[in-house]
Ligand binder design. Structure first.
Ligand SMILES: NC(=O)c1ccc[n+]([C@@H]2O[C@H](COP(=O)([O-])OP(=O)(O)OC[C@H]3O[C@@H](n4cnc5c(N)ncnc54)[C@H](O)[C@@H]3O)[C@@H](O)[C@H]2O)c1
Length: 274
């Protein structure tokens, strides 16, 4: 793609009348980790608001079943099985979805892993370098790969939304997770600010969400007592739901959030309150 000229002055003006355009009809979104707890809720929220959604997940059974159920309900969806740890796999997945649904206007970098050993996060002196590298690739590199693939098209349209799934563990010390997870989630916050700075003049916002403890399969990587202990020190005295994260994600993807960029929003019910 040739380099883009500077955006025309009207691309930098507020929308006519000052109010937000309603809904996401006509927009195409891509969600990574789409078959997981939070990913599936985000897919549903985007579809309910009128977008077409491309689903990427390495879990072919869960992803295909979810896509079939959503297509059966009349939604515009397409599922691609991919392990997003390398650029070639991300490129193939992006191209397949662009063919099926059109280039992405909205990118949700949601896929993430938080490996434990025997329900426990390994300390620095115990950490196998292979596990460290894998968490970097899935949680951080893949967000770069897909953002690299999607942004030229968003820039050409002078509109785009990117949401990176961070964590409160990227902002505050949390001994439930290992350092690799904390480092990638902090890294996503840095990427969010930096990409927001690079892409704002093209009408693209970049924000991050920092969930606390949310009731998904990821929580089962630690014993129940660990999640109970978090609940006791959470202001709302409960875990969050995937739908609560999805609602905030939908807001950031919407026109209502058109002047919000480079930000990270906690969705943690008052846990850690970073
Ligand atoms: N659940 C929580 O309490 C919580 C808290 C903070 C942040 N988060 C973040 O939210 C995001 C979603 O978490 P979740 O709780 O829904 O987890 P989940 O385990 O339910 O879902 C993660 C999904 O990502 C997919 N995935 C993992 N590795 C992949 C790869 N290499 N290629 C393609 N797909 C891959 C999995 O198959 C799964 O469907 C993650 O980034 C996680 O770190 C979750």
């Amino acid at each position: 793609m040739p380099p883009l000229s500077a955006p025309p002055p009207e691309a930098l003006q507020p929308s006519p009348g000052g109010r937000a355009a309603p809904g996401l009809a006509g927009k195409t979104a891509i969600v990574t980790g789409a078959a997981g707890g939070i990913g599936a809720a985000i897919v549903q929220a985007l579809l309910d608001d009128g977008a077409k959604v491309g689903l990427i997940d390495r879990d072919v059974q869960a992803g295909a079943a979810l896509a079939a159920r959503l297509a059966g309900a009349g939604h515009g969806v397409h599922f691609v099985q991919a392990d997003i740890q390398d650029f070639a796999a991300c490129t193939a997945a992006y191209d397949t979805l662009a063919q099926a649904l059109g280039n992405a206007d909205i990118l949700i970098n949601n896929a993430g892993i938080s490996p434990k050993t025997g329900g426990r996060a390994l300390k620095v002196w115990e950490m196998p370098p292979q596990e460290w590298d894998m968490v970097m690739r899935v949680n951080l590199n893949a967000a770069f790969y897909l953002t690299r693939l999607a942004t030229p098209h968003m820039m050409a349209r002078r509109w785009g939304r990117i949401v990176n799934m961070s964590s409160v563990a990227g902002k505050a010390y949390c001994d439930i997770v290992a350092a690799h997870y904390a480092a990638t989630k902090a890294g996503l916050i840095g990427l969010t600010r930096h990409w927001a700075g690079e892409l704002g003049e093209y009408g693209i916002t970049v924000n991050a969400l920092a969930p606390g403890r949310i009731g998904t399969p990821l929580l089962k990587t630690v014993p129940q007592e660990v999640n109970d202990a978090v609940t006791r020190v959470t202001a709302m005295r409960r875990l969050g739901t995937p739908e609560e994260v999805a609602d905030a994600c939908l807001f950031l993807a919407s026109d209502q959030a058109r002047f919000i960029t480079g930000q990270t929003i906690d969705i943690a019910g008052g846990w850690l309150m970073t």
